[in-house]
Design a protein around this ligand. Structure first.
Ligand SMILES: [Zn+2]
Length: 97
């Protein structure tokens, strides 16, 4: 019974209000890890999965912080596209950009 009440309370919170700084950071870290993993698969270096070679510092060899994530977030802001920070399916995310 207690679990049921908890579920209802969580479900009633509007989606955009549950995105916290922590969640954003987690998304950035995971996105960067995904880019790094994809980049390592490739023979040509530097190369990165975020696909923004002209914008991405990572592709220009300045890999500090989460440059691929930053590049993608900046790009989304420029295109007025909202990022769903709960979505960790990056392959799909990049396809839809
Ligand atoms: Zn990149």
């Amino acid at each position: 019974m207690k679990n049921q009440i908890m579920f209802v309370e969580v479900a009633n919170i509007p989606k955009q209000n549950i995105i916290t700084g922590y969640q954003k950071q987690k998304w950035k870290d995971k996105f960067q890890a995904y880019c790094d993993k994809e980049a390592n698969k490739s023979d040509c270096s530097p190369w990165c999965k975020c696909g923004y070679m002209d914008y991405c510092d990572y592709c220009r060899g300045m890999a500090n912080g989460n440059p691929c994530a930053k590049a993608v977030i900046e790009m989304c802001a420029r295109n007025k596209k909202e990022i769903d920070y709960t979505n960790l399916d990056f392959e799909k995310f990049l396809e839809e950009l």
